[in-house]
Design a protein around this ligand. Structure first.
Ligand code: ADP
Ligand code: MG
Length: 679
């Protein structure tokens, strides 16, 4: 008997542990840092007669006069609660036996919820209820509402947190001087305040989350993030990497053969990169630049530095089409310099692949897809890895990369500009170079929005452009649910365009084509043999055909902002006036309308990214699932941009002056969760 009870007890507690774990609450500190989502004002009771007129949540108290399970049509628990002024119905569609017991006839119950007018008069659906005695006092202050998980009641969680608060104060990680300067309370005071606001604090004062107590918490959180990333940054400096100290002769040769001059931004980025490559620890630099800013050339010049120093370079792109474009361009640039360029992709036959892998072992420059970092590829002297469109690679690939060939220098490129605050927080372990100007002579792209019904006008526009010698992209709708359907649509689109425009040479490219077929179609388009290219989003990244000056995107409302921006960036690359037509189908959702408005009004990738961040929030924006990055829980990068700056400086100071404090601070906030940060 006793044993049974013990097991039951154990089971219950392990159940609780599990639920807490789901909320990432494994240590006392975690409970203390688990802060309210919002506050409920339960300091007052509303008489039931008045409750019906109140908007939002109200608190009522009365006696249960009736309680039964009804079936209409679904099983539900329906109770009647009455006070001296009136009565109302309590309705539960999901309920536990314990709830039913609490609502026993004759019990005195306090309920918080929103009143709505039901078929049988005023009712509350799923109110929060508590059995009380006639003399149970009302709370004096706001009641916190915590984020919780199924099966863990607010009251149970609140009790655990209260217990944690009753223990010893947490050690303070900020100096008194810093706190005074920033006018912030100690963490312990801030936590006390937020978990148990004093009686005189109103809910609005806390809801904006700019109260000093909230600011302290948010600063702490941002500080932990900065410390973690800066520690990773510093740790890398302990790892050795080859110093690439070439004279720059090879780069000079490449530049001399170009038909254009580098932009000032390119020159500056190259100098930043070369300075990093000359260091005895691995570079990790992110090269940001809008679509068409000329990142490939900057990468090629970095490659020159490594190759001239006698080291190999791997150049990796996320798709085969893009990798191949790079391969063609780089071969063209490097052949004249007598530099061997090898090609490696996932789709080659195994014998061919072995030959390619053997070549990759020693080639000066190896270009390809993620096959570059797969099993079986060994480099003799890998000195630099260049990753194009790095945000498209997942955690696994980035980890594999870390494990490959010791610690080569890394240059990552991204055409999805990362807004400043986001870059400062989530990318604090990287150095960043920015190409903030486009090469001269580009003509701005004109963007047109057109309802699907105006297709005829669009066709006329296409004819006109082709008659003038230009080429056109026609992008098929994105169908996320089904690749087969997407393929089908692309084929249908190709068929009807071929019929509608019989004089044009029209090609089709999509993800299911064999590499050789894809290559043939792209080559024909590059050579100008095709007037119009029907494509799925495989052309989203990096494709470069200057004569293409019109892009039509079907069902533009289905695409994300950065996708639209990337797609549109495929035109406007030559001297010809370029345009992008966004066809959309009505009705538009609010979000789709907002996106189309932004893409219509802006061409600057950084501005678009900033607005995208506002629309979607950082989690969606950086694809947290893909990046594996723990997200910020309290700080808001837009609202708290000032705190990001403060945290950054503070992190550097702490890491230099009081490294143990910095470490303790990081552990408090990130516990064991930060490993992925470094992936
Ligand atoms: P992205 O930054 O989007 O990767 P690319 O590297 O594909 O851009 O460059 C876009 C085009 O601009 C290419 O055709 C490239 O050769 C050309 N380009 C690069 N740098 C310059 C420059 N300084 N002046 C003129 N054209 C340039
Ligand atoms: Mg590119």
């Amino acid at each position: 008997m006793g044993n049974d009870k013990k097991t039951a007890c154990k089971k219950k507690s392990s159940n609780l542990q599990e639920k807490l774990k789901r909320l990432n609450l494994t240590r006392r500190e975690d409970l203390l840092l688990h802060l309210p989502l919002r506050y409920e004002d339960e300091t007052r009771l509303t008489p039931m007669a008045d409750a019906a007129q109140s908007a939002g949540n109200v608190q009522v108290e009365g006696e249960i006069t009736d309680c039964q399970i009804e079936f209409r049509p679904r099983r539900q628990l329906v109770a009647r609660l009455a006070d001296a002024s009136g009565a109302l119905t309590l309705r539960f569609i999901h309920f536990y036996p314990s709830q039913q017991a609490a609502l026993a006839i004759g019990n005195r119950v306090r309920c918080v919820g929103e009143i709505r007018q039901g078929f049988f008069g005023a009712e509350m659906v799923h109110p929060r209820c508590r059995v009380v005695l006639p003399d149970t006092p009302l709370p004096q202050a706001l009641t916190p509402v915590y984020p919780t998980t199924a099966g863990l009641a607010q009251s149970a969680l609140a009790k655990l947190i209260a217990d944690a608060l009753a223990g010893l104060p947490l050690t303070e990680t900020l100096t008194a001087e810093t706190r005074a300067q920033l006018r912030l309370p100690t963490l312990w005071d801030a936590l006390h305040f937020l978990h148990r606001p004093p009686a005189d604090v109103a809910a609005d004062a806390l809801d904006t989350r700019r109260h000093p107590a909230w600011l302290r918490v948010k600063l702490d959180e941002l500080l932990a993030q900065q410390i973690s990333l800066r520690q990773a940054y510093r740790a890398r400096r302990e790892i050795g990497a080859p110093r690439l100290l070439a004279s720059g002769a090879l780069a000079a040769l490449l530049i001399a053969r170009l038909p254009f001059a580098l932009t000032a931004a390119q020159v500056f980025a190259v100098s930043e990169i070369n300075a990093d490559l000359a260091q005895p620890y691995p570079m990790q630099r992110l090269l940001q630049g809008d679509v068409g800013a000329g990142k490939t050339l900057v990468a090629a010049l970095a490659a020159c530095q490594a190759i001239e120093s006698g080291w190999q370079v791997a150049f990796m792109a996320p798709t085969e089409i893009l990798a191949e474009q790079h391969y063609l361009k780089l071969t063209q640039w490097f052949a004249a310099l007598k530099v061997e360029v090898a090609w490696l992709s996932g789709s080659q036959k195994s014998r061919q692949k072995q030959a390619q892998q053997a070549a990759a072992r020693t080639a000066a420059l190896v270009v390809g897809t993620h096959a570059l970092i797969q099993e079986g590829v060994d480099y003799e002297r890998l000195g630099l890895i260049i990753i194009d469109e790095q945000h498209r690679f997942g955690v696994q690939q980035r980890l594999a990369l870390r494990q490959k060939g010791g610690a080569p220098h890394q240059l990552m490129m991204s055409a999805t500009p990362i807004p400043r605050t986001l870059a400062m927080s989530y990318c604090a372990d990287l150095d960043v170079s920015v190409l903030d100007e486009l090469p001269p002579g580009r003509t701005p792209i004109r963007t047109h929005l057109a309802r699907d019904g105006r297709r005829d006008e669009v066709m006329a526009y296409v004819r006109k452009k082709v008659a003038a010698g230009r080429q056109v992209y026609w992008v098929c709708p994105l169908i996320e649910e089904s690749e087969t359907l997407q393929l089908q649509t692309a084929q249908d689109t190709h068929a009807w365009l071929t019929e509608a425009l019989p004089d044009l040479n029209i090609g089709l490219v999509h993800g299911r084509l064999k590499p050789a077929e894809k290559q043939a179609v792209m080559a024909a388009f590059v050579a100008g043999e095709l007037d119009l290219l029907v494509a799925t989003t495989v052309i989203e990244v990096g494709v470069d055909v200057p004569n293409a000056s019109l892009m039509v995107i079907e069902h533009a409302e289905r695409f994300g902002l950065s996708q639209l921006h990337q797609l549109r960036g495929r035109v406007g690359r030559g001297a010809h006036e370029s345009a992008c037509v966004l066809l959309y189908a009505e009705p538009l959702s609010q979000l789709a309308r907002a996106r189309l408005k932004i893409i219509f009004e802006h061409t600057d990738g950084f501005e678009i990214a900033r607005r995208d961040l506002q629309l979607r929030g950082p989690g969606e924006f950086i694809g947290s699932r893909q990046s594996g990055m723990p997200l910020l829980r309290y700080a808001d990068l837009e609202q708290d941009a000032d705190l990001v700056e403060t945290a950054r400086t503070l992190a550097e100071t702490m890491l230099t002056k009081t490294p143990e404090q910095a470490d303790a601070h990081r552990k408090r906030w990130l516990g064991g969760r930060e490993e992925l940060l470094k992936a």
